[in-house]
Design a binder for this molecule. Structure first.
Ligand code: ADP
Ligand code: MG
Ligand code: MG
Length: 895
């Protein structure tokens, strides 16, 4: 009865949570009858037990030993047998792939005795000693925590001494010497001998893989990718197969389709006489997969068959790691492959065209995050550009920035507010912090499957790799190309689609997908004429976005404050405005009028000041409603505390004090200062704002409502169809809304009467205080609609002040796992979501058809949109640029 250990024959691809992605897919391939070396998976349960106790439960080792015996039987060799040893790899593998972030140790089971047995069995001394030195090197670094340099130094010295160009040229005797020196290094650095007992090696390696879950870089990667720290990793113990047994052996990585264009074909890298990491590390230059046909046709044909089989089985692009041992093909890993945003759209449509998936499934295969990447601007093809060199476009985007060569430089420049491009010969997991700080990454070595490429694609950041004409000297801080030398801070521009690298600034232009979104399909076709790939991409986006529009229930509105924004929103497909903020309309030149309203001594004075604002407000609303003709337009009455529109307290105090000193006091300033002092609040976010201000300062809301009413009347007179909705912010009780409604209805009746029209405009409110959410059934009696203000609801529900917390302690909270993501970015469904649900339930209880939406940042966030769909809202409202993303995600939410 297994608690921690599962044979490959016991799992399947859907058990990623328990077995990790690698383990689940090794099990799936085993059960498909593909050639997977025998092995087993230690579950993530074991890792979680380790993480909470700090030691590996003994049962894990016991179950592993039992499973190991079965592997021994299947392979026909014994672990630790000095004559014919079984060797294994100990591989990490979490639920979500974290390329290169955790540890793997190969050749476990080799020691001073078994290495002789391996040599005798293989008839190849060199191979055996090469495997042994790899074990000590990997074990030293990952299990014993040693730095890599001493090992690299030993190899370098040995290469130099024996006249070998690379490590591949080192002979058996050299490698024996290397092993001795490696062992000495281990002793020197750890004070202990390299463990000779295979079982000790295995146990230590298992624990090291578990521990690697919590390395600094793994935590950083998870924060970025929003992977919870609590999942833990599984460990896969896999019997070794050897790609380093001479020229008839080798190891490779391949994709069933091109991961950047989506076209089917033969994509991958192969390296003869090599083991494991050699391919991804980019240390030696790889061959193209197509070359394998020439080298070993039998294995090549079998691999092609398996690739097709896997793609059909997973019905998606797969990436694959394989090894050939003396002409025999072995499958070491597969998973549904990461891909660029553009490829995701094209692959989904291609698979649908090939009849492998339905349109719904195709839609499910693309994400709003990918769509938003495609909307990014690109380099202007027609601009004057100085080409510095060309590499492989490994992850699309257009990045411009100053050169930095390492993590420290990247973080320094970022702190100064500079955009940077991380330039490295090749990257390794240690470079992750620098990549996070950079706009793009450029390497001179490595292929599309190199570390830099894989990680950048995962993060959606621009990357160019393998630009071999560039000489990168990180230590000296120089990037050399021919006679050109560039240094830290020099500006370069990299194009992650074409692989081009330019010197200096390059202007950027709209992407073809943005052209499609803003100006329609014909315009995008015209702009992309002759460029097959772009045409295909635009068509794919059009197809999937149209399908999303067909299936989604949620309407999508935009947050827009001006006629111009409103027009843009319409072009992007917005079906109304969910939030027009009216506060900016009181800034600039109108500040003076607001001051007068505040300073007014009598009701008459105040009304006179307000009356001056009326025509200005009316004009604002006329423009907005004209642009949104025929579509609902929610206008929020003024929300922030009034003092935000007045001069800063400190500045004004100083000004008045200085003037007084000079004996030239300005009475207006003195009066203003008194008002500013009177209105000063310790916690303005919780103070006199929203409806409270409206009720405290008679005439302010009435002015805005009158302006809305008059704009409506005028536009109707022109034969248009304006549809304003009046929204009251920061309601906490039914009575507040009732008071505003009474005031509003009076104004509407008055304006209606003057114009001979009937004006029954919808009057509703924001639900953005916990009390409003909890008493929504009563508030609904006074409301024609609700709009959830999830920013304020998050602030007040958590008791976080948004303007203060992000810098103050969110970093700590994200690090220690209190938060996995800022609740201002993705709605906290477990907590604040409950308030939304309560608000919906109460509102619908009173008025079953009450219209409800959400405005604020969350309305454009994919995960939150799925929540709002489930909660039964009618629409989301987000910034104009997020509208296409919201349309897509609202469609995906129904699938
Ligand atoms: P990662 O998750 O970083 O890709 P892996 O666990 O896949 O790490 O292992 C790293 C490399 O070692 C891979 O290239 C893989 O092909 C190779 N490898 C792992 N296990 C074996 C094995 N049993 N035999 C031969 N090569 C292996
Ligand atoms: Mg791998
Ligand atoms: Mg609010």
């Amino acid at each position: 009865m297994a608690t921690y250990v599962y044979r490959f024959s016991e799992g399947d691809k859907d058990q990623k949570e328990l077995l990790g992605g690698k383990g689940a897919n090794l099990a799936e391939m085993t059960n498909l009858g593909l050639p997977v070396p025998p092995g087993f998976t230690i579950s993530t349960d074991a890792c979680r037990a380790y993480l909470s106790k700090g030691t590996v439960p003994r049962a894990v080792y016991v179950e592993s030993n039992v499973a190991m015996r079965e592997v021994e039987e299947a392979v026909g060799r014994e672990f630790g047998d000095p004559k014919d040893p079984l060797l294994v790899s100990v591989r990490s593998g979490a639920k979500f792939s974290m390329p290169g972030m955790m540890e793997t140790v190969l050749n476990v089971g080799l020691n001073d005795e078994t290495v002789e047995g391996l040599a005798a069995q293989a008839g190849d001394e060199r191979f055996a000693w090469d495997s042994y030195r790899r074990l000590i090197q990997m074990f030293g670094r990952t299990v014993l925590g040693m730095p890599g340099e001493p090992f690299a130094k030993v190899l370098e010295d040995r290469e130099a001494a024996s006249g070998a160009g690379t490590e591949v040229e080192l002979g058996a005797e050299d490698l024996k010497a290397v092993v001795e020196e490696f062992k000495a290094q281990v002793r020197e650095h750890t004070g202990e001998d390299f463990p000779q007992n295979p079982r000790t090696q295995l146990e230590m390696a298992i624990e090291a893989v578990f521990a690697s879950w919590n390395t600094e870089r793994a935590r950083l990667y998870r924060r970025r990718e929003r992977i919870p720290h609590t999942l833990g990793t599984a460990v896969n113990v896999v019997s070794m197969v050897f790609g380093n047994m001479g020229e008839t052996s080798g190891t490779g990585v391949c994709f069933t389709r091109d991961p950047s264009t989506g076209h089917s074909g033969v994509y991958g890298d192969y390296l003869q006489n090599a083991q494991g990491e050699d391919v991804v590390a980019g240390i030696r230059n790889t061959l193209a997969l197509a070359d394998l046909e020439r080298i070993d046709k039998k294995s090549y044909d079998e691999l092609r068959r398996i690739m097709r089989r896997l793609e059909t089985h997973y019905r998606d692009l797969c990436d694959i790691e394989f090894t050939i041992e003396q002409g025999k093909l072995w499958m070491l890993q597969t998973r549904v492959g990461k891909r660029t945003a553009g490829a995701a759209f094209r692959i989904a449509c291609q698979l649908e065209d090939e009849g492998l998936i339905t349109t719904d499934e195709a839609l499910a295969r693309v994400t709003g995050a990918q769509l938003s990447q495609l909307l990014f601007p690109q380099f202007d093809q027609h601009a004057d550009r100085e080409l510095l060199g060309k590499g492989l476009g490994a992850s699309p985007g257009a990045a411009v920035g100053g050169i930095v060569f390492d993590n420290a430089q990247a973080s320094e420049e970022k702190a100064k507010g500079n955009d940077v491009i991380l330039v490295r010969r090749e990257t390794s997991p240690e470079d992750l912090p620098g990549m996070v700080d950079a706009r793009g990454v450029l390497t001179s070595r490595g292929g599309k499957t190199s570390h830099a490429a894989v990680v950048a694609r995962g993060m959606g950041m621009c990357a160019v790799v393998g630009a071999e004409s560039l000489g990168v000297d990180e230590a000296a801080g120089v990037l050399r190309v021919g006679d050109t030398e560039l240094h830290r801070g020099d500006t370069i521009a990299i194009d992650g689609s074409t692989g081009e690298v330019f010197v200096g600034e390059v202007p950027v232009v709209d992407s073809p997908v943005m052209t499609y979104i803003a100006d329609g399909l014909d315009a995008a076709h015209a702009a992309a004429e002759g460029d097959e790939e772009t045409l295909e991409l635009v068509d794919a986006v059009h197809r999937l976005l149209s399908h999303a529009d067909d299936v989604r229930r949620l309407r999508v509105r935009a947050n827009a404050d001006t006629g111009e924004d409103a027009e843009r929103s319409r072009k992007h497909g917005a079906e109304g405005i969910g939030l027009c903020r009216t506060e900016h309309q009181f800034l600039g030149e109108r500040r003076v009028q607001i001051e007068q309203v505040v300073l007014a001594d009598t009701a008459e004075q105040r009304e006179a000041a307000l009356a001056e604002l009326l025509p200005l407000q009316e004009q604002d609303f006329t423009e907005l409603l004209r642009a949104m003709d025929g579509l609902p337009t929610t206008i929020r009455l003024i929300d922030p505390p009034l003092h935000e529109f007045l001069p800063d307290l400190t500045e004004l105090s100083v000004k008045v004090a200085v003037a007084k000193e000079r004996g030239e006091s300005d009475p207006h300033d003195v009066e203003l200062l008194a008002a500013v002092e009177r209105m000063h609040e310790a916690n303005p976010m919780l103070g006199l704002r929203g409806v409270r201000l409206g009720l405290r300062l008679p005439g302010l809301f009435a002015l805005q409502i009158r302006a809305i009413a008059k704009a409506t009347v005028d536009l109707r007179a022109e034969g248009l169809d304006p549809r304003p909705e009046i929204m009251v912010p920061l309601i906490g009780s039914q009575r507040e809304l009732q008071l505003v409604r009474d005031e509003a209805e009076a104004v509407l009746a008055e304006v209606g009467e003057e114009s001979g029209q009937k004006l029954d405009l919808p009057i509703g409110c924001m639900i953005e205080l916990p009390r409003a959410a909890l008493t929504s059934s009563r508030i609904a009696e006074e409301a024609d609609f609700f709009s959830f203000g999830t920013n304020d609801l998050t602030q007040t529900g958590w008791g976080f002040s948004r303007d203060d917390v992000e810098g103050a302690f969110f970093a700590t909270y994200l690090d220690n796992g209190v938060l996995t993501i800022s609740p201002f970015e993705t709605l906290d469904a477990d907590g604040i979501g409950k308030l939304v649900e309560a608000g919906v339930e109460g509102g619908r209880a009173t008025k079953p058809s009450l219209k409800m939406g959400v405005c604020g940042e969350h309305g454009g966030d994919p995960e939150s949109i799925h929540f709002f769909h489930r909660a039964g809202l009618d629409y989301v409202s987000c910034s104009p640029f997020r509208v296409p993303v919201a349309r897509l995600e609202a469609g995906r939410a129904t699938i």
